[in-house]
Ligand binder design. Structure first.
Ligand code: SF4
Ligand code: SF4
Length: 80
């Protein structure tokens, strides 16, 4: 992991609102999965799309994100 990426993660992980999302699972909670928009999709969890609240997250504004469902589809940079 690059220093820059680490800085982005440290600076934004507390702002992630995934835990309030209807699609967030106990599996993700157990893996302490957060900030999927930067770190990539949640490994080893089974997903059901029940909505994604990423568009309303402060990190979307801060990083200028344009997508959603990062926990399922992967980080902003991974999504085509
Ligand atoms: S945009 Fe989504 S994945 Fe990224 S920090 Fe916000 S709630 Fe978490
Ligand atoms: S990335 Fe989106 S869908 Fe996944 S848990 Fe976070 S807010 Fe919900």
């Amino acid at each position: 992991m690059t220093e820059e990426l680490k800085k982005i993660i440290d600076g934004n992980i507390k702002k992630c609102i995934c835990e309030s999302c209807p699609s967030y699972t106990e599996c993700m909670r157990a893996g302490r999965g957060l900030l999927f928009c930067v770190t990539g999709k949640s490994a080893n969890c089974i997903f059901e799309k029940k909505g994604c609240i990423c568009p309303g997250c402060p990190v979307t504004t801060i990083l200028g994100l344009k997508r959603a469902y990062y926990c399922i589809k992967g980080a902003e940079t991974e999504q085509k």
